[in-house]
Design a protein around this ligand. Structure first.
Ligand code: SAM
Length: 213
């Protein structure tokens, strides 16, 4: 799969690309391209934003700047999904993550300041996605959230089976995963449930299924 991220701070993604599971699939299952809007802006001095028509606080990411970045990267062959990250988008959910992880190629558009010129959302993006009902300072953290969630669903990203049986997975009917415990079996009087140390796999399985919420 290929993911292209359009951003003003490509270097911000350096930390994420060093982390597992992304580091493990980079260059094999995942090709990641980080594109700086400033590299192709048609404006002078690397300008990418402008004052809002009608007045008001903050600057707005310009439509001609984003169009130039997309044109330079794709000419006429854009990826089928160009996703603008915005608090005004539809929520990022596990089913959407699973859907995106099946794609060959997606692009993510990050903004900052007051956000996108609305024509970017209307004419250049195919989807608008939010990582939650709150406002962050920029779209880079949301892009990283989406990137991480998608990357861990790519083949080889996780140990076999561990990605299928997780909170929100089909396997758990979209519910939340059962609780986990590890050593010590007792700490400050807090005991691990006996069933988990019983060695009875059928009982353990039943106990876990009962605790899926
Ligand atoms: C300060 S926010 C702009 C908020 C916008 N003025 C509003 O009130 O909806 C700047 C950028 O951060 C990103 N962003 C902030 N919160 C987000 C969220 N919850 N989900 C996705 N992107 C977000 C978007 O790219 C957004 O354009």
């Amino acid at each position: 799969m290929r993911i292209d991220v359009f951003t003003l701070v490509p270097h911000a993604f350096a930390w994420l690309t060093e982390q597992q599971p992304i580091a493990g699939v980079l260059g094999t299952e995942l090709e990641l391209r980080l594109v700086n809007y400033r590299d192709t802006t048609p404006l002078r001095a690397g300008q990418v934003d402008d004052e809002p028509y009608g007045g008001g606080a903050g600057m707005v990411l310009r439509v001609d700047v984003v169009a130039a970045a997309l044109d330079a990267m794709y000419a006429d062959a854009r990826p089928p999904r160009v996703i603008a990250l915005s608090p005004q988008g539809r929520p990022l959910t596990q089913p959407l993550v699973e859907e995106l992880a099946q794609k060959q190629h997606i692009a993510l558009l990050s903004s900052r300041f007051e956000g996108f010129d609305e024509r970017i959302v209307e004419h250049l993006a195919t989807d608008v996605v939010s990582v939650g009902p709150y406002v962050l300072s920029n779209g880079d953290l949301p892009a990283m959230v989406l990137l991480d969630a998608v990357a861990r669903r790519l083949p080889g990203a996780l140990a076999e089976g561990s990605g299928e049986l997780e909170s929100f997975s089909e396997e758990l009917g979209g519910g939340l995963e059962y609780p986990h415990y590890t050593r010590p079996a007792e700490f400050r009087g807090w005991k691990v449930p006996d069933v988990l140390t019983s060695g009875d796999h059928a009982k353990i399985e039943a106990w876990r299924r009962e605790r899926v919420r």
